[in-house]
Design a binder for this molecule. Structure first.
Ligand code: F6P
Length: 537
């Protein structure tokens, strides 16, 4: 593959002076040629420096990396997570009519069975057939972290117009502030707590679960009866005291950050109902089908990945911003931070060798238009180029506020246009001269108003943020991570990089508590421990 990377680098070198705007002037068909659709979903990557040649080389790269073969292996249940010896089958959670075999066994009957149990429980909670000591459940608290929190928490906000069940709350942080504030407003007799943890060992989740159980025990005779669990570790859920009929299991072939489609989505299902949850799954399945069937040149996840590789590994841009012009996607950047950075933030290739290139980029972002009044200054005029990934719906959910939605859309389109177009020194001079500036002051003031322009962005546009559309969007990004991971030669499905901090935190626990001294710790860590001990009440 080295020769293809070389061709890409050479092509970048040869074309980097061509402005984005001139690409549109030279090719009036550029927008149509550098965009792709899945049904009514439009992915526009024409405001990037990708051209026919770059795209051809990138597709060559994807072919050489074996993206199609590995994609098929993933869907077929092969153990592509080689460092953990696991299949990667979150797609099985949303393609319910297929059959997938792992270790010679069709895994689908169990997937369907668990979904049926989830739906029955969800309906019972929503109708009141399952009740708390004080009556119908009014509030559901999902206790989980990382993949056991971010997916349903993000989707609960995204799909709030479809929410008609009990109120949903999400507690993740071991900082007691979060659970204390959440529980303070709730009635324990009508609250259901879902402990969501793939391993059921995560310290934050288990600590919060115990706090919730103690809180409930003060008012409820049988607190465990108002607990449910979602986990792969059913021995541990039993040890915690949760009855098996309210335990929803899943297999180790569902990675934490890919798990919202199954039982980890239970809180979401209770909030939006089973039909909406099924529509979400269906949306994900549609993206799967497209990913499997479409030519790479028309394949949204592949194109999104290739744009990512082009920007990060070839152009050398260090980060990418995800900028949803959709307030209800406010947690999408946080969700994608885990999905992308926990998956592809690695320095060792699948075969154990050192990665010979940059791993996945830093992903960050905030919804528009808020970000415009915060960090867009840097995006427009800072020295670092930040490829921006805009998301925008044609229609909002507020029929009385159509004018506001139109303003939102105008702002989104204006930003990608401004990033591309920029403002030259000549234009800035004219602007300032019209305001009465002249001489050296005209020059100085004008230079501050120059926008280099030529800054790349992509836009994902969709009609409306429905459950099905959210499913498509999330599956799109999942497959993008897969394609980038395959091209980089990374295992996107392990996360060894989170372990060291966990180990050291466990060792520091008794030291911070004052049960052990700081002997053996470095000077900085020992000083910080001493400071905390000296300054707590
Ligand atoms: O520490 C990282 C991680 O393992 C994530 O990959 C995972 O989503 C999260 O912790 C939570 O893990 P669990 O669901 O096992 O509690």
């Amino acid at each position: 593959m080295d020769d293809i990377w070389g061709k890409l680098a050479a092509h970048r070198e040869a074309t980097m002076e061509i402005s984005l705007l001139s690409r549109f002037e030279q090719d009036t068909d550029r927008a149509a040629r550098f965009s792709a659709k899945l049904g009514e979903m439009l992915f526009d990557y024409s405001k990037t420096s990708l051209d026919d040649q770059a795209l051809a080389h990138l597709i060559e790269l994807a072919d050489a990396a074996g993206v199609a073969l590995k994609r098929d292996a993933m869907f077929a249940g092969e153990k592509i997570n080689e460092t953990e010896g696991r299949a990667v089958l979150h797609t099985a959670l949303r393609n319910l009519d297929t059959s997938v075999t792992v270790d010679g066994e069709d895994v689908m009957p169990e997937v369907r069975d668990t979904l049926t149990r989830m739906e029955a429980f969800s309906n019972d909670v929503r109708t009141g057939a399952f009740a708390g000591q004080g009556g119908k459940i009014t509030d559901v608290v999902n206790i989980g972290i990382g993949g056991s929190d971010l997916g349903p928490a993000m989707a609960a906000i995204a799909l709030s117009p479809y929410h008609d069940g009990p109120r949903l709350h999400f507690v993740s942080n071991v900082d007691g502030a979060q659970i204390a504030e959440t529980l303070a407003d709730l009635d324990p007799t009508t609250t259901l707590v879902i402990v969501a943890s793939k391993t059921f060992t995560t310290i934050e989740t288990m600590t919060n679960a115990k706090t919730a159980r103690d809180w409930m025990a003060k008012a409820v005779t049988d607190p465990a009866a108002q607990f449910a669990a979602v986990s792969t570790a059913q021995d541990k859920t039993a040890a915690f005291g949760i009855s098996p009929e309210r335990v929803f299991g899943f297999a180790d072939w569902v990675g934490g950050r890919y798990s919202m489609w199954g039982p980890i989505g239970l809180s979401l299902m209770i909030g939006i109902g089973i039909e909406n949850f099924r529509a979400f799954l269906q949306g994900g399945a549609e993206m799967d089908q497209h990913f499997r069937d479409a030519e790479f040149s028309e394949n949204l996840p592949v194109l999104l990945a290739l744009a990512g590789i082009w920007h990060h590994q070839i152009c050398g841009y260090g980060t990418r911003a995800v900028l949803p012009y959709d307030q209800r996607l406010s947690r999408l950047p946080a969700y994608l931070q885990q999905l992308e950075m926990e998956s592809n933030g690695k320095s060792v290739a699948m075969d154990g060798t050192t990665l010979g290139m940059q791993s996945g980029p830093i992903v960050w972002g905030e919804p528009g238009t808020n970000g415009q009044h915060a960090f867009y200054q840097l995006i427009h005029q800072g020295t670092a180029v930040v490829p921006c990934e805009f998301l925008v719906a044609a229609e909002g959910h507020e029929p009385d506020l159509v004018h506001q939605h139109q303003l939102l859309v105008a702002n989104c389109l204006a930003q990608s246009e401004a990033l591309m177009r920029g403002r030259s020194l000549g234009e800035a001079r004219k602007l300032m001269a019209d305001k009465g500036f002249e001489g050296a002051e005209l020059e100085r003031q004008s230079r501050h108003r120059v926008f280099a322009g030529n800054r790349p962005s992509t836009t994902l546009a969709y009609p409306k943020l429905t459950p099905a559309m959210l499913g498509r969007i999330i599956a799109l990004y999942e497959h993008r991570v897969f394609v980038e991971g395959v091209i980089l030669g990374i295992n996107s499905y392990d996360q060894w990089g989170v372990e060291l901090g966990k180990e050291l935190a466990t060792a520091l626990g008794p030291i911070v508590a004052g049960d052990q001294d700081t002997g053996g710790k470095d000077g900085s860590t020992a000083m910080l421990v001493d400071f905390v001990k000296a300054n707590r009440g």
